[in-house]
Write a protein that binds this ligand. Structure first.
Ligand SMILES: Cc1ncc(COP(=O)(O)O)c(C=O)c1O
Length: 344
């Protein structure tokens, strides 16, 4: 039985081209700055995002932690969306590792409003943890994989910077956002102080994220990466796949978005309540009513027929398209989900 895995774009496996490039990668000791393939990936990532330098990190979580620890000191506040990946899914790293206070604001539509940013920028007063940093996420996972528009993104970033805050972009899927809006990725990445993007999700590399910023920022970030145990040695074997992710795989994300749109239409035609998103990308979130199986039970039934997805709450589930999922797979998945929904 063919398995169609819609749980996440993190399940992608390296392509044959990546595996071949990894096997023949030119390597050195990256802690000494001597790995030519890492150096090339860092240079190309910096150029692509409009920053002076970049740093290879092991994961998106590590990239976000290193960025926050670099921008903030103990007792500082970081404005975070209440639905953001950093706040919900990264183990409270900013507080555990840095003694940094999350200043929470609504980001249910994908981005914190400029007004909420302004209201966290309180006058200097011994009672308050001073806001030093705003973190934004784009595309925004829990807001339905929405690609936040360049306009509303810029309004929030500008509000923060005009108050003297640094801005970090959790751009785990920033190339999905730039693809959805058909803009150069720099429209998002070039106006923030730092950005982390993942090579390991829809871009298909097995490991790694890139953290980009000014030379001064990256030099301090390199210390934090080392403190967190992220200084790798012959990491060029990973960077070889990362270069293909950056240069080739970013060009095919529109296909994943088309497949997600197809999946969404098929489920809507079959009567399911797919959540509406202002600019969808490769994620489809579905709400199921009180009748019939709950999301976990539906997931088990579909898994038995080779269609995998994740329940995010009792009556809500998520489907994610990626390069391991074809247009045909999407049709099969919709059929299986609709049949299992009805077979209660
Ligand atoms: C928006 C977002 N940020 C950060 C991460 C963390 O990436 P990693 O799993 O590589 O730590 C993820 C992972 O899914 C994510 O969706």
């Amino acid at each position: 039985m063919k398995v169609i895995d819609l749980r996440s774009d993190t399940v992608t496996k390296p392509t044959e081209e990546m595996r071949a490039a990894m096997a023949s990668a030119d390597v050195g000791d990256d802690v000494y700055g001597e790995d030519p393939t890492i150096n090339l990936l860092e240079k190309e990532s910096a150029e692509r995002t409009g920053h002076e330098e970049a740093l290879f990190v092991t994961s998106g979580t590590q990239g976000n932690a290193v960025a926050i620890l670099t921008h903030c000191a103990r007792g500082d506040g970081a404005i975070l969306g209440s639905d953001s990946h950093i706040y919900i899914y990264e183990g409270g790293g900013l507080s555990a590792l840095g003694g940094i206070l999350p200043l929470i604001a609504d980001d249910g539509e994908g981005v914190v409003s400029p007004d909420d940013v302004n209201s966290w920028c309180r006058p200097a007063n011994v009672h308050f943890a001073p806001a030093r940093l705003l973190c934004v996420e784009n595309t925004h996972n829990r807001a339905g994989g929405v690609a936040v528009s360049p306009g509303s993104y810029r309004a929030t970033v500008d509000a923060a910077r005009s108050k003297g805050l640094k801005v970090h972009l959790d751009g785990a899927r920033i190339f999905n956002a730039s693809t959805a809006w058909d803009v150069d990725v720099k429209e998002y990445t070039g106006i923030v102080d730092s950005v982390q993007f993942c090579l390991s999700k829809g871009l298909g590399a097995p490991v790694g994220s890139m953290l980009c910023g000014s030379s001064e920022f990256i030099s301090e970030a390199r210390h934090w990466r080392k403190r967190l145990g992220g200084g790798l040695r012959q990491a060029g074997v990973l960077a070889a796949a990362g270069l293909i992710a950056l240069n080739k795989m970013t060009g095919r994300l529109a296909e994943d978005h088309r497949n997600a749109a197809e999946l969404s239409s098929a489920l809507i035609s079959g009567g399911l309540a797919v959540e509406k998103v202002s600019k969808p990308t490769n994620m489809v979130y579905v709400q199921i009513g009180p009748e019939g199986p709950d999301a976990a039970e539906l997931g088990r039934r579909c898994a038995a027929r080779g269609v995998l997805f994740g329940a995010v709450s009792e009556r809500r589930f998520r489907l994610v398209t990626h390069f391991g999922v074809t247009a045909e797979d999407v049709g099969v998945s919709a059929k299986v989900i609709l049949e299992e929904m009805k077979a209660s």
